[in-house]
Write a new protein. Structure first.
Length: 94
């Protein structure tokens, strides 16, 4: 899958409310959920989407109710359409 250029990344991010570009060139979203059980259930849902897409985000469950998702296509060394497609699917979960 081809890397997206800076313009393409900015265009896609401009249409997304909850994601931002990190200094490392990844896209990231932080969520605060109701409690630990809800956060863990959300992580399970993200995991199912990731497995179906064969595209796996970095997931950090921290605090007692926070989840940080970080996406990039490691095999390509940056952002591809797969990252934004999975981000949109994740946004559809809540």
């Amino acid at each position: 899958m081809a890397l997206l250029d800076e313009y393409e990344v900015e265009q896609r991010l401009s249409r997304m409310v909850n994601w931002h570009l990190t200094r490392g060139g990844e896209i990231e979203r932080e969520l605060q959920l109701a409690d630990f059980a809800t956060a863990l259930a959300f992580v399970d849902q993200v995991g199912a989407l990731a497995e179906a897409a064969n595209h796996h985000p970095d997931i950090l469950l921290h605090g007692w109710n926070k989840v940080r998702l970080t996406l990039s296509t490691h095999s390509e060394g940056g952002l591809t359409e797969a990252d934004f497609r999975l981000a949109a699917e994740i946004d559809g979960l809540n």
